[in-house]
Write a protein that binds this ligand. Structure first.
Ligand code: NAD
Length: 311
């Protein structure tokens, strides 16, 4: 007689980013295939400057996720000494290429390059990261056609808890232009009451302990501990930090001390496997949206071309 196999009980506190990401990608894949059939196959070009090894894992995950979503993915690697003018010229060529529907800049860039200058040079209709000043401005108006990926992903995970966002007390720790500030705007649009904390906040825990939900995007492992959050609160951990353990091995962890926070929180995102996979799924969703918008833009200027007759 064989023993019955009992599956391990599911940990209902964990917000499973891999499952949410897979669900979002399935919807994007269907639309990517429809666009490809109409001659507008989504194609993402990723620009990496300098240390290829550091970003390799990240880029490999993006490529795999893109390919399983029917999105072509091209990686362009530039040496660390490439000038800003050369990179701006490369971006101008990608903007002008109708086969390229989305452009992403891998960070960090070498110190002699202004990330802001490059991001601003990407055509807003190809800005699939949602970080062009026009895209960032649009979120103030709650126009989220192509929102900033990480922030949209983090808020999506909070929505998955089923907590109503209207009137919810939320604390956002970290106020960077690409993560913390956009999260605060997205949450305000949903009706949440938002407090933004940062490195100059006098007493972080006074704020975090009041909140029904805490977002943390700082880049400091162990910054948020279980005694800093209200029992039952949702904790969305956006941090990605590589730490070296006593035995010399390395691990990727978030900004929360997972064990103590898991005990107290009502919901928690693991790192890895939380915000990260949803961010990639939102990026790919934006890539499909970008292709659709470019198709509409082209057709409004030149009329509807015959199927398969895309220039
Ligand atoms: P950043 O360095 O631009 O900003 C850090 C923020 O943390 C600032 O607002 C700063 O004021 C605040 N801060 C610093 N020390 C603090 C303290 N002791 N208490 C409270 N606030 C403090 O960082 P970023 O680009 O916003 O990234 C933050 C983290 O999110 C990093 O770990 C990064 O790797 C990660 N990240 C993850 C994703 C993803 O897809 N999951 C995407 C982007 C960034």
């Amino acid at each position: 007689m064989t023993a019955a196999i009992h599956p391990l009980p599911r940990d209902h506190k964990i917000l499973d980013g891999k499952a949410v990401g897979a669900e979002l990608r399935a919807a994007s894949k269907a639309e990517a295939e429809r666009l490809a059939a109409a001659g507008w196959a989504p194609r993402l070009v990723s620009i990496l400057v300098g240390d290829v090894a550091a970003a390799e894992l990240y880029v490999r995950n993006q490529r795999r996720a893109a390919e399983t979503t029917a999105i072509a993915f091209d990686q362009r690697n530039y040496p660390a000494e490439t000038t800003q003018a050369e990179l701006l010229a490369a971006i101008a060529a990608l903007n002008a290429d109708p086969r390229v529907t989305g452009i992403i800049l891998q960070r960090p860039l070498p110190p002699h390059i202004s990330v802001r200058a490059l991001q601003s040079a990407i055509h807003p209709l190809k800005d699939v990261e949602g970080l062009h000043p026009a895209s960032i401005g649009n979120i103030v108006y709650n126009d989220l056609q192509m929102g900033p990926c990480t922030s949209v992903a983090a808020v999506e995970l909070l929505k998955r808890t089923g907590l109503g966002l209207q009137g919810l007390e939320v604390v956002v720790i970290g106020h960077s232009e690409i993560v913390g500030k956009p999260i605060a705007f997205l949450l305000m649009s949903e009706g949440a009451t938002v407090t933004v904390c940062h490195h100059m906040t006098r007493n972080l825990r006074v704020h975090s302990r009041q909140a029904d939900a805490v977002f943390v995007a700082v880049g400091k492992p162990g910054l948020v501990t279980g005694d800093m959050i209200k029992p039952g609160a949702a904790l969305i951990d956006i941090g990605i930090n590589q730490v070296t353990l006593d035995d010399g091995t390395t691990r990727v962890v978030g900004d929360a001390d997972y064990a103590s926070c898991h005990e107290v929180a009502g919901w928690i995102t693991p790192v890895p496997g939380g915000v990260g996979p949803v961010t990639v799924a939102i990026l790919l969703g934006n890539t499909v949206t970008a292709a659709r918008l470019q198709k509409a833009h082209y057709e409004s200027a030149f009329g509807d071309p015959l199927p398969g007759r895309r220039p």
